[in-house]
Write a protein that binds this ligand. Sequence first.
Ligand SMILES: [Zn+2]
Length: 94
Amino acid sequence: MKRENEIKVNWCPVCNQGWVEIKMDIGEKKMILVCDECDSTWDTPEKMSLNDTNDYRPIEKTRNPTPKEIRDLGWEKYIIKDINDFMRTFPIDS
Ligand SMILES: [Zn+2]
């Protein structure tokens, strides 16, 4: 069973309430980044700021990518490996 936090790449800069995760868009056959809270999307992990979100929202047609799909795109280096470690360097106001 794959744990969901294996594909988190960032804390959402838009809503500050959710994790941005890698998803596979089934219709477009491409990987995107989606906030699990506000559904903002991004094209690449390199361009993830407040102003670079897409209007495009394929939320109904996404699935989790396979580890191979993530590796093929070279995105595995963006995946947060230790959530606690990440949170220490990225404090969230509550
Ligand atoms: Zn969000």
